[in-house]
Design a protein around this ligand. Structure first.
Ligand code: ZN
Length: 260
């Protein structure tokens, strides 16, 4: 908590290396290279706010090192036809940020990672305002152990930025699966994740207006083999929902850095 307050007070310190971010501002032309920021010519207030946020929290050299995935490249699942959009490759300096968000209670990082989702995928988000963000849930045992769900934090922040609704009740995780990182191949992961998620049918019935004709956008931190996303999408697709997904990062080497 103290750490978080300190962060806010020193918001001009680089979140990655700790140096003074404002001393080292990115030029607008650098920022323009961040994905859809090429659209920045038509400055919108929210864009500007997000850019200020980024400029005051990351120094120029760390920003230029962000491993941004090649624009418009989606991961597509074989079986369920789910399109997954990821923003970064799971490389430095994004990897340690996600680990800190996930395991070290650095909740404020959700906000900054969401700012990148907003900036880089804003065209898509603007075209899909009739959607609901649904974070990939943790099993309740894991939730108790950790105290929070990092994907929920991201989904909440991106919901605030876009005005797209958010729901963390419809999807439940019934199986406390082995940590995905410990199960290596795709087949193992798929087996591990089989029937891991169900819908809360009662909740859905009670909130049928909220969900009618809505596309569900699943939110997760990292995409590895895609088996978690596929498994979470499965009960939603069976109910007739159209499902897409957004993750902060993906294990993929097709990325560029601004300094390249
Ligand atoms: Zn830095």
């Amino acid at each position: 908590m103290i750490d978080e307050v300190k962060r806010i007070l020193n918001a001009e310190t680089c979140m990655i290396c700790g140096s003074h971010a404002k001393d080292n501002l990115l030029r607008q032309v650098d920022l323009l290279r961040i994905g859809s920021l090429r659209k920045f010519a038509q400055v919108e207030t929210k864009n500007e706010k997000c850019l200020n946020e980024i400029q005051s929290c990351f120094c120029r050299s760390c920003l230029s090192m962000l491993p941004i995935l090649t624009y418009n490249k989606f991961w597509q699942s074989d079986k369920k036809h789910i399109q997954v959009m990821s923003i970064f490759s799971y490389e430095n300096p994004i990897k340690p940020l996600i680990i800190q968000l996930k395991f070290y209670q650095k909740h404020y990082l959700a906000k900054f990672l969401s700012v990148f989702i907003f900036l880089i995928r804003q065209n898509y988000l603007q075209e899909n305002t009739n959607s609901i963000f649904v974070p990939i849930p943790l099993h309740q045992n894991r939730f108790k152990e950790r105290g929070y769900n990092q994907s929920e934090l991201i989904a909440l922040e991106i919901s605030k930025l876009t005005g797209i609704k958010y729901d963390n009740k419809i999807l439940l995780r019934t199986k406390n699966t082995n940590r995905q990182t410990e199960t290596k191949n795709y087949e193992d992961r798929l087996r591990n994740m089989k029937d891991a998620f169900v819908l809360d049918e009662t909740y859905l019935l009670e909130n049928i207006d909220l969900f009618s004709k809505k596309r569900i956008i699943l939110i997760d931190d990292v995409l590895t083999t895609g088996s978690t996303i596929e498994s979470a999408a499965s009960p939603l697709i069976s109910k007739g929902f159209e499902v897409a997904a957004i993750t902060i990062a993906r294990e993929d080497l097709n990325y560029f850095r601004l300094h390249d």
